[in-house]
Ligand binder design. Structure first.
Ligand SMILES: [Zn+2]
Length: 204
């Protein structure tokens, strides 16, 4: 084996180990708190693709993002609500499946461009439920692609607008940004330093 090939293989090994370490840096939020509700839609066929995309219903996040979400959940708890998780870390291959179905950057981040902040483990799709787990109306279903999901659409009852405001205010206070077209999506503000990941969810 010549020296150049050996060097290339060493670099490849290093890169693979590095990527593996990055993926392992994600934390399962269930190990930090039992106070979240879960409805991980991509672990079921009840999603806009109509197929089960995850092997298990887990919420993995960067540690810093998980800590911020825990603080947000405590804020909501003191007001009589808790966070229900729809989606957290999403492998890049799943992003590609979504893009194949809905190649519209307004609703699905392009996996061949920058990808989604979900691919970095630094974004969450969430709603609120009461502390007893009861439904809180937000004006549209999760992953509804249309005007009813936009946060600058104020054509709703006072109750819905108040529910949305509570969610937005609580998440912004804890370091998350909104996107205009999806009331459920929050990206952690300091997300740029995290790598895009493609490891499957650790289901075993
Ligand atoms: Zn999202």
């Amino acid at each position: 084996m010549n020296l150049l090939l050996k060097t290339k293989l060493s670099l490849l090994c290093f890169l693979l180990i590095f990527l593996k370490m990055e993926a392992q840096s994600l934390v399962d939020i269930a190990t930090l708190s039992s106070e979240f509700d879960y409805e991980i839609r991509y672990a079921t066929p009840n999603n806009f693709i109509g197929e089960t995309l995850y092997d298990c219903a887990k919420c993995l996040l960067q540690a810093e993002v998980a800590e911020a979400l825990l603080a947000a959940n405590q804020y909501f708890c003191e007001k009589g609500y808790k966070i229900k998780l729809y989606d957290c870390y999403r492998p890049l291959d799943v992003q590609k499946k979504m893009w194949a179905k809905v190649p519209r950057a307004t609703y699905v981040a392009n996996p061949y461009g920058k990808g989604s902040i979900h691919n970095k483990g630094a974004a969450v799709d969430i709603t609120l439920v009461t502390l007893e787990g009861c439904y809180v109306e937000m004006g549209s279903d999760y992953d509804f692609f249309g005007r009813e999901a936009h946060i600058d659409n104020y054509n709703f009852s006072e109750t819905i607008l108040a529910n949305r405001k509570l969610l937005i205010d609580g998440m912004r206070k804890h370091g998350f940004n909104t996107v205009r077209t999806e009331w459920w999506h929050y990206s952690f503000r300091k997300n740029w330093s995290y790598p895009t990941l493609n490891d499957p969810l650790p289901c075993q």
